[in-house]
Design a protein around this ligand. Structure first.
Ligand code: DX5
Ligand code: ZN
Length: 223
């Protein structure tokens, strides 16, 4: 099997928020280059988390690639603030109320990367026409809103379907999975074709985070 490049985007939602500075240093020490920041509005999902100020605080602390996941009903009015705060990539949901095409164009207008996400109940076909505007597709493998849930393996079936759609566009688009990914099941997402694994509790609450990273790298090598 060919060696694949698979990376981890650690979700800060799973970190110890009282020790955030140390948690970020740990991510850097593990050789990880991304950080996943989940933003929730209490409307699109039944939970509330961070806002743009949190992104600017992160931006001052680290050079990690800030992968911002917006679980908001109306992301449009906040995209500018997140871009100015220092997001490197903003992902919005196709299920949000705002027009997906307009959101993706607005993100790109700020000179940063754009992602589209689908919830477990959404067919990949819903985003086919948007792929030319995307740098990343985020496949939710839990209902968005909370960290620490169990992986829904059925959602992984969407990955090969999306990979084929992406191939047809001729574009380089990252396939990211989010929700319930742990050291034990990371190989399932990798075998399905994921390039980027969001890991919250699976990394930050692990006894040995370095072993988790090693496990993912080995799985990517097909060992
Ligand atoms: C859930 C968030 C996830 C969450 C993942 O709605 O989008 O990014 O933090 O957490 P784990 O990896 O613990 O399932
Ligand atoms: Zn997320």
């Amino acid at each position: 099997m060919n060696k694949r490049k698979v990376e981890i985007s650690p979700s800060v939602l799973g970190a110890d928020l009282m020790r955030l500075g140390e948690e970020i240093k740990l991510v850097e020490k593990l050789g990880i280059t991304w950080l996943h920041l989940d933003h929730m509005d209490g409307h699109f999902v039944p939970n509330i988390s961070f806002g743009p100020d949190f992104v600017s605080a992160m931006r001052k602390q680290t050079k990690l690639f800030l992968d911002v996941h917006l679980m908001l009903s109306n992301p449009m009015k906040y995209i500018r603030a997140y871009a100015k705060a220092g997001a490197d990539l903003i992902t919005v949901h196709i299920e949000a109320e705002d027009d997906a095409r307009e959101m993706l164009e607005e993100i790109a207008a700020h000179g940063i990367k754009a992602g589209i996400s689908i919830k477990p109940g959404t067919d990949p076909e819903a985003i086919r026409d948007l792929l030319p505007l995307c740098d990343l597709v985020l496949v939710m493998t839990v209902e968005p809103g909370f960290g620490g849930q169990s992986l829904r393996e059925d959602c992984l079936k969407k990955i090969p379907v999306l990979a084929e759609m992406i191939r047809e566009t001729g574009r380089e688009i990252i396939i990211e999975v989010d929700g319930g990914i742990k050291q034990e099941n990371a190989h399932l997402a990798i075998e399905a074709g994921a390039d980027m694994l969001v890991m919250g509790t699976g990394l930050f609450r692990a006894k040995d985070p370095a072993a988790v990273v090693k496990g993912v790298r080995r799985a990517a090598e097909g060992k």
